[in-house]
Ligand binder design. Structure first.
Ligand SMILES: [Zn+2]
Ligand SMILES: [Zn+2]
Length: 167
């Protein structure tokens, strides 16, 4: 969970972005509700029709600079684009223009956040062509007899016992 100071920092940054957009486009934009329950590996998400931005509290704690410098602008840009143009490609031309011209941010769609805290322990497996990282849930299924195939080489994944303390 985030404390109120963390939530405030994200909301203030979001408001900064909206004010920049209002100056740039010379029109008002409806403010979203901010939620802090984004799950999984995503830093955040923008829910266009509901006008909600969700942030990943766990990722924020370990990547505060990236959130303040990039993630907030990324999600706000989705809502700005939706209010301006309706439904268009999520990271298309319109979104890229808002990121570059209004927020002065790189229009990257991937982030380089430290996600180790949200993915849990990974188990290294080998097929015929590369290594795979399996979650503990899948790893336990393998121990009970499940077989996973590599989508590329169709080889059965086998525990790579050199890289972890697996069986
Ligand atoms: Zn996006
Ligand atoms: Zn393979």
């Amino acid at each position: 969970m985030l404390n109120s100071q963390d939530k405030k920092a994200l909301q203030v940054k979001g408001e900064d972005c909206f004010i920049l957009a209002e100056c740039f486009f010379d029109r008002p934009f409806k403010r979203p509700d901010y939620l802090f329950n984004q799950r999984g590996k995503s830093a955040g998400s923008a829910h266009l029709q509901r006008n909600i931005i969700k942030f990943n509290a766990t990722l924020f704690k370990h990547n505060q600079d990236e959130f303040i410098n990039q993630v907030v602008a990324h999600e706000v840009a989705h809502l700005i684009v939706y209010q301006l143009y309706g439904k268009v490609r999520p990271h298309g031309r319109e979104w890229q223009d808002v990121m570059c011209n209004v927020f002065n941010c790189p229009a990257t769609t991937t982030h380089s956040l430290d996600i180790s805290k949200v993915i849990g322990k990974q188990f290294s497996y080998l097929c015929l062509c590369r290594t795979h990282q399996l979650t503990i849930r899948r790893h336990n299924k393998v121990l009970k007899g499940a077989k996973y195939l590599c989508t590329r080489c169709k080889g059965v994944l086998k525990p790579n016992s050199h890289l972890d303390n697996g069986p």
